[in-house]
Write a protein that binds this ligand. Sequence first.
Ligand SMILES: C[S@@+](CC[C@H](N)C(=O)[O-])C[C@H]1O[C@@H](n2cnc3c(N)ncnc32)[C@H](O)[C@@H]1O
Length: 221
Amino acid sequence: MSVNAKVDEKVRDHFDDDAVRFDAIYEDKKGPLARFIDNVWRGVVRKRLDLTMEKLSPLKGKTVLDVGCGSGRYCFAYAQRGATKVVGVDFAEAMIKIAMQLANKLGVADRCEFRVGKFPEAVADGPFDASTAMGFFDYIADPVPIVKAMREKTRETMIMSFPKVFEWRVPIRRVRFLLARCPLFLYTEKRVRAILAAAGVTDYEWINLDRDFVIVAHLKS
Ligand SMILES: C[S@@+](CC[C@H](N)C(=O)[O-])C[C@H]1O[C@@H](n2cnc3c(N)ncnc32)[C@H](O)[C@@H]1O
């Protein structure tokens, strides 16, 4: 088995086990201690969602691809803001199961399609008006082909987050992922810019958001 395939297997197993806990970050019903811990350690998860909605608005009539969609929270938000077709792809079956249940509960299942599979292999269709990959490159050993594939499947805007290597929470995060036996990839600004250049992404906004670099790439000339 190749190194990349081993990484994928470990990441998938981790998120299959962790799906319910991960999705709970988006739930407001929790005690003050749990809320405090989520704000300090995982507050970026909510901030990324808010920033993405701001940057992709207006979404009315748009098609959107969400790579590494997890429990589908971005996909629901796209559909609720008027996107006509949203495709979410994730190789962790437990994440997709939650996404499908929530899509039904929220009444957006007719506009959201969820696929269990690896990106880019699981997405033969497209292009989409926009694509997003948030909290995703943390788990990708070789990002250039992924960014390239996203670019090929996107007409207008791509939004991606890359976790910073120099950040005060990194040592604890590294230990947490080591104990969970899940690979974790962190980035310098120089490396992210090199990845974007190698993938042919030249026109982008650079945003420092908490523990992440967020890239908003504009593909229309
Ligand atoms: C931290 S979660 C983020 C979920 C979602 N984007 C969010 O922010 O709520 C990262 C997700 O990426 C998925 N993933 C990682 N590598 C993948 C790949 N190559 N193809 C499909 N899914 C992948 C994992 O299974 C996991 O559910």
